[in-house]
Design a protein around this ligand. Structure first.
Ligand SMILES: *Cc1c(COP(=O)(O)O)cnc(C)c1O
Length: 231
């Protein structure tokens, strides 16, 4: 296994190359390091190398890491993003401990996050998750319902709606993936034309970040390629 430094540098190079191919500024794409299933020490290694944004899917595991690392000087500026499915009885700790949530897919969850966001913290940054694969079992709102949901979310006082997120079908078929990323991008553009000022499109993981950047992603969520295989 390569060192953390080598893995981080390699992902940064992939992002830079993809931006160059698409004529985009490298600063327009943020790297979110998805640390789920990896220990706090792995986060600390990446944080020491300058990585600041970390994504987590499982609440209890995330809270353990956040509390453990909060004390450390190297982790003062970390940004925590919740990217997993959200049960409505688990919104309070998410509202209290995270900076971003990528997986809002219904109004009830957004309302609870807004009500439970502590007053001393800035508004919680949220993304609405879009179901671009058309599979019923997938979480995410249908693109046709995105405008109504996003307008409602944008009006909540303690949230700041920043954009959209999608997890495409588990396929290696590039044209299918491109089609799904483009649905998310088109929905994003339509929302901005409808008057919402969205700046974040969270798309792309270890295997498909180049394609996602080509399709307009501003935030790639990378786990395996940074931390290794999950068990
Ligand atoms: C696990 C996960 C990732 C990271 O996937 P890799 O293929 O390991 O890069 C990204 N986004 C979400 C929502 C995830 O659950």
């Amino acid at each position: 296994m390569n060192s953390a430094q080598e893995r981080l540098t390699s992902i940064q190079q992939r992002i830079r190359a993809a931006c160059q191919r698409s004529g985009r500024d490298v600063q327009s794409v943020q790297l979110l390091a998805v640390s789920k299933t990896f220990p706090a020490e792995s986060v600390l290694d990446m944080a020491t190398l300058g990585q600041t944004a970390f994504g987590e899917n499982y609440l209890q595991e995330a809270l353990d890491k956040i509390t453990h690392l909060a004390e450390l000087p190297a982790c003062k500026a970390l940004q925590w993003h919740f990217i997993g499915p959200i049960q409505s009885n688990k919104t309070r700790p998410i509202a209290e401990h995270f900076d971003w949530v990528h997986s809002v897919d219904r109004l009830k969850i957004a309302q609870r996050l807004s009500e439970q966001r502590p007053a001393h913290l800035p508004p919680l940054n949220v993304l609405v998750q879009i179901n671009t694969s058309g599979e019923d079992s997938k979480s995410g709102v249908n693109p046709a319902d995105a405008v109504a949901l996003c307008q409602a979310v944008a009006s909540l006082p303690n949230l700041r709606l920043r954009g959209l997120m999608t997890i495409p079908s588990p396929t290696e078929n590039t044209e299918q993936l491109r089609g799904e990323f483009n649905i998310c991008r088109t929905t994003f553009n339509a929302l901005n034309e409808a008057g919402l000022s969205l700046d974040t499109l969270s798309m792309g993981m270890s295997a498909d970040l180049e394609l996602a950047i080509e399709c307009g992603s501003t935030c790639v969520r990378v786990g395996t390629a940074l931390f290794g295989a999950r068990h």
